[in-house]
Design a protein around this ligand. Sequence first.
Ligand SMILES: [Ca+2]
Ligand SMILES: [Ca+2]
Length: 377
Amino acid sequence: MLTPTHSSAVNCGQNIFIGENNYTYIRSPDFPQNYGDNLNCEWIIQSPPNMRIKLTVLTFSLESTRNCYYDNLSLYDGKYGTQKWNKTGRYCRRNQLTTTFSSGQFMKLSFKTDSSINNRGFNIRVTAECGGYVTGSSGQLTSPGYPNLYPANKNCVWKIRTRPSTKMRFQFVDMDVNSTEASCSQDYMILRNGDNSNSPFFLINPHQGSSEQNGHLCGSFLPAITNTSSNLLFVKFVSDATGSGRGFRLLFEEIRNGCGGRILLTNENSEIDISSPNYPNSPDPETECEWIVHGLPGKKVFMDIERLDVKYTSRCTLAGLEVRDGGSQYSNIIGTYCRDPPHTLESTDNILYIRYYTNSNSPNNGFKEGSFVFSFT
Ligand SMILES: [Ca+2]
Ligand SMILES: [Ca+2]
């Protein structure tokens, strides 16, 4: 069933697209002979939407040192299915690198060697598997092989993610999942309100009465259009050994959460309080809001920060309040604050850009989300 996408090994670095039901290999240069000195190779791998990348390590033999400083293979995962790289590891020792999945559609491998002592290198098989992060302001998710019959024995987990500070509306437009409809125990789907296997079920099975809902979906009747309570949706699809169907097609789109926006200050309305969502309670995880505040022509915009309480990190990487002297994210920065902000800030002209953000992706991670209030005069 699998067909090779390349007849021979790819060389020192390449962009690779790995399709469904295909495979290829990433090999160190000259494999199975020893690799050379002073190499710097980079491979970027992309899988189809709704799939993630699987690396299976067949051979791995580098100059082996404690911290892998001399020769190494580094792996980078594309965060949330994008090409924002998260370094996941640096490897050089035998058995140190095992079967690895990307979190979404993208992965990067970087191979570096120094000027002495070489080994055979590596031979890694690359395939695409169902599941992973699906990121976008809207999009669709389909079962493997859709609209053809889905394969047996699949277990796919997707995490759909729209932009921070939005919620999501999702809708099934096709569903043909082969199971006994009452219990959905053969082939089924599970949807959860969040991004992990502990998030609460969506109990939206149209075949099941309210007391029978078990979190499983199957059959051919479409569940109602539903909203999530954050920007995250967990979707699982399971098929057993026999009996199949077309599967499903699910559409999603983000809906605004009501944070941020444009504010016009006028003579009658010269002071406005704004705050983080849910203030004085914590906002949803991974909240991001932008405000653009316009003053009257020729008048400055003042901003009083009455209270700022966000998770402190150096450079405010996790959370903060960013203020810019102008009307966009590219305007000159006035400051980014996550502790002890100045009491008053002011614009040069009559416009101020304000961004509030937190990068906590789990509501249960134990840190206190920020809250603040400020006003303009
Ligand atoms: Ca070396
Ligand atoms: Ca089945």
